[in-house]
Write a protein that binds this ligand. Structure first.
Ligand SMILES: [Zn+2]
Length: 271
């Protein structure tokens, strides 16, 4: 219970930079029994996501094409996605989305791939995880034209304006808080997470991405000389919970219970 039972609503344990350092972080996660939604980003990493799900009940897989990777989709990617989802009946669809922040963003192609994955998720009744950067109006427009997933969806690490919060809530969005938002300059985003209804709140690391400020980390990778020292350690999840607790004025234990409950409901995990 409490801080012993956390769910990382969005992470990439299959990322080669984490997998190659598994001995440094996995024993800590396994000892605590923390669970993670392991999100694929392109057809080439789905088998590695599947391997995590086969190796431990602490990992729940999610398969999808990230908007940064839409250029890497080939011919039969839709059939491959469907077959991974059929192989793992508990799996989600993600990480999918729309992103105008990357250079040379091909929005029409991103939207086409986003829609195809969204529709497949709704058809198979799977939870969806959405990434969006600097394209929140585009995303809302898309969501209005798409069928609603029965259990809602996750809009991970939402960094959009507070004004759009209600419209996303209406579309069924749940929001995972990232430790990255604990930076002093992120006051506007912190305001969003102060206001969100408590049944829509989750926590995430997005490890190895989105490293929180140094004062808001529980764990770091060794070897500070290596490029990898900027990697987000999955065991920082407890620091993310404490950070969200501070913003909401809750205890960390309450925050942990609530976000775990919400993650169980959204992703179909046992409580
Ligand atoms: Zn991610």
């Amino acid at each position: 219970m409490g801080m012993d039972d956390l769910i990382d609503a969005h992470c990439h344990w299959q990322d080669p930079r984490l997998e190659s350092r598994c001995s440094e972080w996995w024993p800590q996660i396994e000892a605590r029994g923390w669970r993670g939604m392991v999100n694929g980003t392109e057809p080439d990493d789905w088998e590695r996501v599947a391997a995590w799900a086969e190796q431990t009940p602490l990992a729940k897989p999610s398969f999808g094409v990230h908007p940064w990777q839409v250029g890497r989709t080939r011919g039969d990617w839709r059939e491959r996605l469907r077959s991974f989802l059929e192989r793992f009946p508990g799996a989600g669809v993600g990480e999918i989305g729309i992103d105008k922040w990357i250079r040379d963003a091909d929005l029409p192609r991103q939207k086409e791939i986003f829609r195809a994955q969204w529709n497949l998720a709704v058809e198979l009744n799977r939870p969806i995880t959405v990434h969006c950067l600097q394209a929140f109006g585009h995303l809302l427009e898309e969501l209005r034209g798409l069928p609603r997933p029965s259990g809602g969806f996750l809009l991970h690490a939402y960094g959009g304006p507070v004004e759009l919060m209600d419209q996303f809530l209406e579309c069924g969005a749940h929001f995972s808080f990232s430790g990255y938002f604990l930076q002093d300059r992120k006051v506007a985003v912190q305001e969003v997470f102060r206001k969100l209804p408590e049944d829509r709140l989750l926590v995430e690391t997005d490890a190895p991405h989105m490293l929180p400020p140094e004062s808001c980390r529980d764990q770091s990778f060794s070897d500070p000389e290596a490029v990898e020292c900027s990697l987000h350690h999955p065991a920082n999840l407890s620091a993310v919970v404490r950070g969200l607790a501070g913003i909401r004025g809750w205890t960390p234990v309450h925050t942990a219970l609530l976000t775990t409950q919400n993650a169980c409901r959204l992703f179909g995990w046992e409580g």
